[in-house]
Each structure stands twice: as structure tokens, then as C-alpha cells.
Design a protein around this ligand. Structure first.
Ligand SMILES: NC(=O)c1ccc[n+]([C@@H]2O[C@H](COP(=O)([O-])OP(=O)(O)OC[C@H]3O[C@@H](n4cnc5c(N)ncnc54)[C@H](OP(=O)(O)O)[C@@H]3O)[C@@H](O)[C@H]2O)c1
Length: 242
């Protein structure tokens, strides 16, 4: 991928997975504030509260309770989202799992645990991309954002299963980019940096929250970059600077 053209978010249809809290909720709320119609996915009912908050502020939002790791989820989610907000223009693969916590070394990671992490963080996004990006290619436009991590490119002890999954997610994003960008569908993997969220607290319980980014700031910087057509490349690192 080279440069992104400016992408008007007003009126766009967006699908955000993992949108009940943390970065996903922040992305959904900011997208809606910019005039996008947003479908939000998470396993728990808390996703309804986020959608209701958006609607109460005058935005357009629809909550979908589903598990991205479930084999049948992509067709259910894509069908409900298309009915609620229209054909998806922007897909955010944000839902993610660390695997078992406390984090453990690869030698101590069961194959089944690794498989569950890959199912949520890679196979689910792969299935959902297959369902959504084909329609984007037919329409000649779309953007697929995969929320990754620096663990995709750095080897941190005890982050093994998560690291493997994020490396695979980024690789998937690059290959889809090479194959589908000529048909108008753009792909970017995004490293959001360390954020003050439930996932970070699970992974690093003794971290100082004041040293972590607010996910709302990260969402704003990412959406600003998308909206103004900043050159994101195949891997975009969201910096701390405003
Ligand atoms: N926080 C950080 O410092 C940090 C750093 C680098 C990268 N990231 C990445 O940033 C993204 C957002 O992380 P976060 O910190 O905001 O996480 P979070 O606070 O734990 O939120 C995760 C969201 O994903 C949903 N989710 C989890 N598994 C799901 C599944 N199988 N199907 C559907 N929804 C699911 C959760 O809701 P339910 O539990 O109700 O499903 C929740 O809404 C992730 O991709 C993460 O890997 C985070």
C-alpha cells in the first residue's frame, strides 16, 4: 500500500469488532461523532450500552452480540451490519485476546491455548475479511484496519501466543493489500501503542495507568489520519503526540 486518499467518514458504514470497551468503543464513538454509521460487535451485552450512548448523542449505531472466533460469526455479523448500516466501507479488526493470563512462556503454552488465540486474533478476522472485502472489491472501495501491536514485530518474553497472532494478522493484512488494493480495497495494520484498557491491566497489572495512552486519544489520532488521507503505509504506528 502507498498513500491513503482522504476518506470521508461522514455517511460511511463502519464495522468495529471488540467495541464494548477500550479502543474499540473509542473508535466506534469517534466514528459516529464524525458522521459514520457504526455497527459494533462484542460478546457481552456491554456493547449495547456503547451503542445506546452513541444514539443518545445523535449518532447512528447498532450493537451486535457475537464472538469473532465463532465459525458462523462473519456471515451473521456481516448480514446484520449490512442491514443496519449498509454495505461496510470501513472494517476494524479490533477484538483480540491475550490468551491465558498471567502471560506465560511459549514452552508453557498449550497447543489448544495457542489455537484459541489464533482463532480470535487471526482466523476470525480472516473469515470476516473474506465476507466483507469481496463486496468492497465489487464496489471498488473500502478500508480494512487490523489493530495489531508492537508484539507483532518485537520478541517480548511471555507474550508468545499473542505475538504470534499479531504477526500473522499483520502478514494477512499485507497479503490482502497486495491482492485487493488494485481493486480499490485498502488494508493497514495499526500499532496503537500502550493504552489504559482492561487488556493492558490484565497483561501488566502493576503498570502505571498515567503512563499509558487514553484509547480515545489513540482513536482520534488514527481517525484523523484516515480522514485526512495521511500516508499510513502497510503498518501505521499511532504516536503519543497530538
Ligand atoms: N491496550 C493496549 O495497551 C494495547 C497495546 C497494543 C495493541 N492493543 C490492541 O488493541 C486492540 C484493543 O485492545 P483493548 O486494550 O481496547 O482491549 P480490551 O479493553 O480488552 O477490549 C477488547 C474488546 O474486544 C472484545 N472481544 C474480545 N474477544 C472477543 C471475541 N472473541 N469476539 C468479539 N469481541 C471480542 C471485548 O468485549 P467482550 O469481552 O464482551 O467480547 C472488548 O470489547 C486489541 O486488538 C489489542 O490487541 C492493545
Amino acid at each position: 500500500m502507498t498513500d491513503h486518499a482522504p476518506l470521508p467518514l461522514r455517511g460511511a458504514a463502519a464495522l468495529v469488532t471488540g467495541a464494548s470497551r477500550g479502543l474499540g468503543a473509542a473508535l466506534a464513538e469517534d466514528l459516529a461523532a464524525r458522521g459514520a454509521k457504526v455497527a459494533l460487535v462484542a460478546r457481552g451485552d456491554a456493547v449495547h450500552a456503547v451503542a445506546e450512548r452513541i444514539v443518545a448523542r445523535g449518532g447512528e449505531a447498532h450493537a451486535i452480540v457475537d464472538d469473532v472466533a465463532d465459525k458462523g460469526a462473519p456471515h451473521r455479523v456481516a448480514a446484520i451490519a449490512a442491514g443496519a448500516v449498509g454495505p461496510v466501507d470501513l472494517l476494524f479488526h479490533n477484538a483480540s485476546t491475550l490468551g491465558p493470563v498471567p502471560l506465560r512462556e511459549l514452552l508453557d503454552t498449550d497447543c489448544e491455548e495457542l489455537a484459541r488465540v489464533l482463532e480470535t486474533n487471526v482466523v476470525g478476522p480472516f473469515r470476516l475479511t473474506k465476507v466483507v472485502a469481496g463486496s468492497m472489491a465489487l464496489r471498488g472501495r473500502g478500508l480494512v484496519v487490523s489493530i495489531s501491536s508492537d508484539a507483532a514485530i518485537e520478541a517480548y518474553p511471555r507474550w508468545g501466543a499473542y505475538s504470534l497472532s499479531k504477526a500473522a494478522l499483520e502478514s494477512m493484512s499485507r497479503v490482502f493489500a497486495a491482492e485487493l488494493e488494485p481493486r480499490g480495497v485498502r488494508f493497514v495494520a495499526v500499532d496503537p501503542g500502550e493504552m489504559n484498557t482492561a487488556m493492558h491491566a490484565d497483561a501488566v497489572p502493576d503498570a502505571d495507568p498515567s503512563a499509558l495512552a487514553d484509547p480515545r486519544d489513540v482513536a482520534r489520532r488514527l481517525l484523523d489520519a484516515i480522514e485526512r488521507g495521511a500516508p499510513l503505509g502497510v503498518r501505521f504506528v499511532v504516536g503519543r503526540a497530538a
